[in-house]
Design a protein around this ligand. Structure first.
Ligand SMILES: Cc1cc2nc3c(=O)[nH]c(=O)nc-3n(C[C@H](O)[C@H](O)[C@H](O)COP(=O)(O)OP(=O)(O)OC[C@H]3O[C@@H](n4cnc5c(N)ncnc54)[C@H](O)[C@@H]3O)c2cc1C
Length: 591
């Protein structure tokens, strides 16, 4: 039986009140959808994932994937569960119908991803990497490549990988040396070694479509000389069926701290047949077009694990008796859920999860509107906001995933440190998300170096104005919102000051901006979370005043927002000195 239950009521609240699901279904590509149909799909998916995928989470952690002479065996139950995932059509939900997808908004795909990630992060990585590869082919593949590969990738019968990393080329992708030489027939021969390739080999899909970054002869150095190739595990015959085995081999898999069931492969390409995507030397530009989607999905892993950890911690706190809660009868052992410090931990977890969900769904909605809104001005504005939010979604949410899963261990006490309970797994699994898909240090540099200067600083200025407007609105709401208004007003001031300092001093000397980037990203996350929970509180109050909805849920929304804004949001101000200190002490330290 599963110990995870998809938080559909909270998901629905965010879809209706923080973003506008109904509005999305009015866009031309989604005209045949309506919110009720979408919610029905979410419910069906939740049932499947809770019953079939979630129970395999701990099995995967203890069994690990196993390498055997080039083949990789995933843990018991994984191939069968994947088959059922494919039969259900779940991987194709947000992709175009012409390739067999469901034609749903990306936002809906993101909700499905949250549920799958909570259930089983290791399992979810196979569809996630496939989705990244689909995205690349949809944007940059030729028509012929799309027709040959996409239908089976959209169903999930074939999975996908992304091959960037090499031993000397991690964050610095431009240092990669894998080679591509042209063959007489218009194809290419790929040779080199890639490391850390997620699901580079496995036994769940019939074929694996590797997307490999490599250098063609005479390519310029660095990122300007990278090209992207399709390298299938099995080559396709003319009629599209599986043909000869390609010279792409998994030579070993890594032993890791977490996500044990996800095979992290060393891949060797030895003159493998490859097909160029788009033009040579444009690979990095192509990677950038899919980066927002991929980074949002990794940000979601912080939420997914945080949610599951929270559910387990609350359940445990309702079972475990220890100590005496204020007001309890002498000699009676209280449930730990009644102890103030445990309540603080649980509410911190819940508040961070809800803030992450609001941020990530807003980011996903921006991607849909940027692609499909009929008004060009709205498309531009939403694309800019998605650009700004993406490093915050990835960096802050994955850092919070680590914090929330760590708090779950603390709620469990010693039993949290004992592997048997399964809580330690969430923490171990969460630890990879701040590292891959661009480390959080790289996200912070992206935020200050690329995103603050967008439209000459206009994008961040508009964003700050939105926070200020919400602070003013909630301040007018009186006692119902308690400290939300003044705290958000103060946080906005601090965020604006930090932003102005970085823009002024970062321009004068970029090292100033680089030195303060990580605390700035954290401040941006904390304040954005407070802003969105304040908006949630306003929406909940309005629903309560209308007399509609689930009263307890709506009242709890306001409680959570009050707690976050009063007790977590003030942490933002404490980051200001680190953001504005500059590099002097960092440089002076002997390390
Ligand atoms: C489990 C797992 C799965 C993975 N899956 C894939 C995959 O499917 N495909 C793939 O291609 N790769 C994959 N990776 C690789 C992953 O993306 C890299 O590990 C990541 O990009 C970091 O590179 P690195 O490990 O070389 O660290 P490094 O780049 O060596 O970084 C070390 C430290 O230096 C910092 N740093 C580096 N450069 C800078 C800079 N310019 N400025 C400031 N700080 C900097 C980093 O933030 C980090 O703190 C995976 C890795 C793991 C562990």
């Amino acid at each position: 039986m599963s110990d995870y239950s998809a938080p559909l009521a909270d998901i629905r609240f965010v879809l209706d009140n923080v973003v506008d699901l109904a509005g999305l279904t009015e866009l031309a590509p989604y005209a045949e959808l309506d919110p009720a149909t979408i919610l029905g799909v979410l419910e069906e998916n939740a049932r499947f994932v809770e019953q079939v995928i979630a129970p395999l989470n701990q099995v995967g952690d203890t069994q690990h994937s196993q390498w055997d002479a080039g083949a990789v065996r995933t843990p018991d139950g994984f191939p069968d569960a994947y088959k059922r995932y494919v039969e259900g059509g779940w991987g194709g939900v947000p992709f175009p119908e012409v390739y067999g997808g469901g034609g749903f908004p990306w936002l809906v795909g993101i909700v499905l991803q949250e549920i799958l990630t909570s259930a089983n992060l290791s399992f979810s990585l196979a569809p996630l990497l496939t989705q990244g590869a689909i995205d690349m082919l949809l944007h940059h593949g030729s028509e012929e490549q799309q027709e040959r590969y996409l239908p089976k990738m959209v169903t999930g019968e074939w999975s996908g990988t992304m091959n960037l990393t090499e031993p000397q080329a991690g964050s610095e992708v431009g240092a990669l040396t894998t080679k591509a030489v042209p063959a007489d027939d218009g194809t290419w021969r790929i040779s080199g070694q890639k490391i850390f390739i997620t699901y580079g080999e496995h036994d769940m899909a019939d074929n694996i479509i590797h997307l490999v970054l490599a250098r063609v002869p005479d390519a310029p150095p660095g990122t300007k000389g990278i090209s992207c190739f399709i390298v299938p595990k099995f080559l396709l015959t003319d009629d599209g069926s599986l043909g000869a085995r390609n010279a792409a081999e998994c030579v070993s898999i890594e032993h890791k701290m977490g996500i044990h069931a996800s095979p992290t492969c060393v891949m060797s390409y030895d003159g493998a047949v490859g097909y160029l995507i788009g033009e040579a030397n444009q690979g990095m530009r192509y990677m950038f077009t899919m980066m927002n989607n991929a980074r949002l999905s990794v940000g979601l892993q912080g939420l997914g694990l945080g949610e599951r950890a929270y559910q387990r911690a609350v359940a445990y706190a309702h079972e475990r008796r220890q100590g005496r809660a204020p007001g309890a009868a002498p000699g009676e052992q209280s449930l730990i859920v009644d102890l103030p410090d445990v309540r603080r931990m649980l509410l911190t977890m819940r508040a961070l999860n809800e803030a992450m969900r609001a941020l990530l769904y807003l980011n996903a909605e921006c991607l849909d509107l940027a692609n499909h809104h009929p008004d060009e001005a709205v498309r531009t504005q939403r694309a800019e906001l998605a650009d700004l939010l993406t490093p915050i979604s990835k960096g802050w949410s994955t850092d919070m995933g680590v914090e929330v899963t760590s708090l779950a261990i603390q709620v469990f006490g010693g039993m949290g440190f004992i592997e048997e309970t399964g809580v330690a797994q969430y923490y171990r699994d969460a630890r990879i998300a701040p590292i891959y898909e661009g480390t959080n240090g790289i996200q912070a540099m992206d935020l200050v170096g690329r995103k603050l200067p967008l439209r000459g600083g206009g994008v961040i200025t508009d964003f700050l104005a939105g926070i200020e407007a919400t602070a003013a609105e909630v301040s007018k709401g009186g006692d119902a919102f308690g400290p939300i208004g003044p705290r958000l007003t103060e946080a906005h001031r601090t965020f604006a000051e930090a932003t102005q300092w970085l823009m002024a001093n970062g321009l004068a000397d970029p090292t100033n901006a680089l030195a303060g980037a990580t605390p700035y990203l954290r401040m941006a996350g904390i304040v954005t979370g407070g802003w969105l929970l304040a908006r949630s509180a306003l929406a909940a109050r309005a629903r309560l005043d209308e007399g509609g909805g689930d009263r307890e849920l709506l009242e709890q929304k306001i409680v959570t927002a009050r707690f976050y804004c009063d007790q977590l949001l003030p942490q933002a101000a404490g980051l200001l000195p680190a953001i504005t200190a500059g590099p002097a002490d960092l440089n002076a330290a002997v390390l």
